[in-house]
Design a protein around this ligand. Structure first.
Ligand code: HEM
Length: 538
């Protein structure tokens, strides 16, 4: 844990802590107007349940609480009310059916002072969030996302070529695939493989900013908000000084790629992108609404890049006990796919049989094949379920107090949807820890439900607005790599397969650790064949 307060600050905090402890003794609530809070574990004075949580894998603790207390659990993290939802039904009842009350985000005290207003994933529920999300939707809603498909096919060709040339770097190739799609869809920008000038601006902003978006900082500032009001010359005011620097970097990060699009539009060379669409829309805006529009344009473009790329993603800040979550999103999901294939060769055999029957061996699968490839679809759904990469989604918050099934949910409660527990529910997914795509198919091999479960993409009005773009990237990458490559365990010097137990980096994100893997072209596939079966680049 990296504490980012210096010792002066620590002394001020320690003195104040005593007062807060006393105050918290009087703020405990059990019954509100005779209505009980949801059941949950008993907490310690002041700290509440913070110390009972598995800080590496909090979803495991929440799932265990669910088994003991039911699917709706109440906990307290210092002075913060928290409700954990462990079932899809309750998530839908609250976050979707009562979405007008459960679409806020928990208060993040560093958001404004550190200039982290550029990602609307953190913006409180209200008009500012609504406009940014509406503009984002403009470019990434289901029909609009179709315009990116030629670009996604082109990027998938690049992925296949990279895998053929240096299969050992598969993880880096997946990262390039998903980041370059995000940059292209948002700005029509082609990232350079190394030292990209725009990517370095983004990295600089995030390297500093992310240090301050941690639960530790959130906890300290929630309790001692005055730390950000100390003059910047004051001993112990490092946080204040860095807040100013971070704001400056954040502005650069948002403005640099927008200027790039503006230049290309002026030169008449801008290709389709979210930002070029929005800049055209801007010209039709009422002058007295331009300031709001400009702010929303910046939020939606930075969120699109952040959401889809590898550099910055979403930070989960539900509580002091939880963790900072940087989602690597599409590429993490593809890494989980390769892991699943290495461990389950029989799945590859069935998938290739389907691909060969539907697509043949002389071309690559494209989007028009998707409906005829139910087994590929089942693999995509199982990849999302088997190892949820966003186990706790992003926390929501209750705007007003509410009563659900006889339990009181206080105003301002942080609401955590435990997607992990939902995916591990044996009643819905028997043998839940196993990778079994067939669970989504009927006896004749057709999909059981036309719609995939949306648990992986969150709930209600805050559900992931980039899911159509992400889903199209996942499909094309999964179908085309299966059509051309075989994934298996790597071999040692004696030609024996190297066994391994998959490990995950958790806490930041649930991301597979590097694993030994052999990726070889299917018989008959080489560079020449690849070039021949690539359609003329769309
Ligand atoms: C496999 C890939 C992805 C997964 C699993 C994923 C998952 C999620 C989840 C769980 C949330 C939180 C939903 C909630 O609060 O209930 C979210 C929010 C969000 N995602 Fe994604 N996402 C993915 C890809 C993307 C992409 C490619 C983009 C951008 C093009 C994107 C943009 C966003 C934005 C802007 C939000 C914040 C929404 C809001 O607060 O209103 N995501 N995503």
């Amino acid at each position: 844990m990296s504490w980012i307060v210096d010792h002066h600050t620590a002394i001020i905090c320690a003195g104040s802590l005593f007062i807060v402890c006393l105050a918290s003794r009087f703020s405990k609530r059990k019954l509100v107007g005779g209505i009980p809070l949801p059941p949950g574990p008993a907490g310690l004075p002041f700290l509440g349940n913070v110390l009972s949580i598995n800080s590496q894998e909090p979803w495991e603790t929440y799932a265990a609480w669910g088994a003991q207390y039911g699917d709706l659990v109440y906990a307290r993290f210092v002075n913060q009310d928290v409700v954990i939802i462990n079932s899809e039904k309750i998530a839908k009842d609250l976050l979707e059916k009562r979405s007008s009350n459960y679409s806020d985000r928990p208060y993040l005290p560093t958001r404004l002072p550190f200039g982290w207003t550029h990602n609307f994933a953190f913006t409180p529920y209200g008009n500012e969030w609504r406009l940014a999300r509406r503009l984002f939707h403009q470019g990434f809603r289901a029909e609009a996302s179709l315009t990116f498909r030629p670009m996604q096919i082109r990027k998938s060709y690049q992925l296949l070529t990279n895998l053929l040339e240096s299969p050992q770097n598969f993880s880096a190739h997946l990262t390039t695939f998903s980041s370059s799609i995000a940059m292209s869809a948002t700005y029509d920008y082609e990232t350079a493989p190394t030292d990209d000038p725009i990517v370095s601006v983004v990295e600089k902003a995030n390297n500093l900013g992310l240090q301050y978006m941690t639960p530790e900082t959130t906890l300290i500032l929630n309790i001692f908000p005055f730390l950000l009001h100390l003059p910047s010359w004051f001993p112990g005011a490092t946080m204040k000084r860095n807040a100013n620097l971070c704001t400056k970097y954040g502005i650069e990060m948002v403005e640099t790629p927008i200027e790039y699009v503006q230049k290309n539009m002026a030169a008449g060379t801008a290709g389709p992108s979210l930002v070029s669409d929005l800049l055209r829309m801007r010209e039709r805006q009422d002058p007295d609404r331009l300031a709001d529009f400009d702010a929303a344009l910046r939020q939606s473009s930075a969120s699109a890049f952040s959401g889809g790329s590898e550099t910055v993603n979403f930070i989960e800040y539900p509580s002091v006990s939880s963790h900072i979550t940087i989602l690597k999103q599409t590429s993490t999901m593809l890494l989980i796919f390769i892991l699943a294939m290495v461990l389950h060769p029989h799945v590859q055999v069935r998938a290739r049989a389907e691909l060969d029957a539907v697509v043949g061996k002389h071309r690559l699968p494209d989007y028009s094949d998707r409906l005829s490839l139910p087994y590929i679809e089942a693999i995509i759904r199982e990849v999302a379920r088997w190892q949820p990469m966003v186990p706790l989604a992003i926390a929501h918050a209750a705007t007003n107090s509410d009563v659900y099934e006889g339990f009181y949910i206080p105003k301002g409660t942080t609401v955590i949807a435990n997607a992990w527990a939902m995916a591990r529910n044996e009643a819905v997914y028997p043998q839940a820890t196993e990778f079994i795509p067939e669970r989504f198919l009927d006896a004749s091999g057709q999909l059981l439900n036309a719609e995939a479960s949306t648990t992986a993409f969150g709930f209600g009005r805050r559900t992931c607005p980039g899911r159509h773009l992400a889903d199209a990237s996942l499909y094309i990458a999964i179908a085309s790599t299966l059509a051309l490559f075989e994934f298996s365990k790597a071999k040692d010097d004696q030609g024996r397969e190297i066994d391994f137990v998959p490990k995950y980096t958790v806490g930041v994100t649930r991301h597979p650790d590097p694993f030994p893997c052999r990726i070889v072209p299917r018989p008959g596939v080489d560079g020449e064949k690849l070039a021949a079966i690539f359609d003329p680049v769309p």
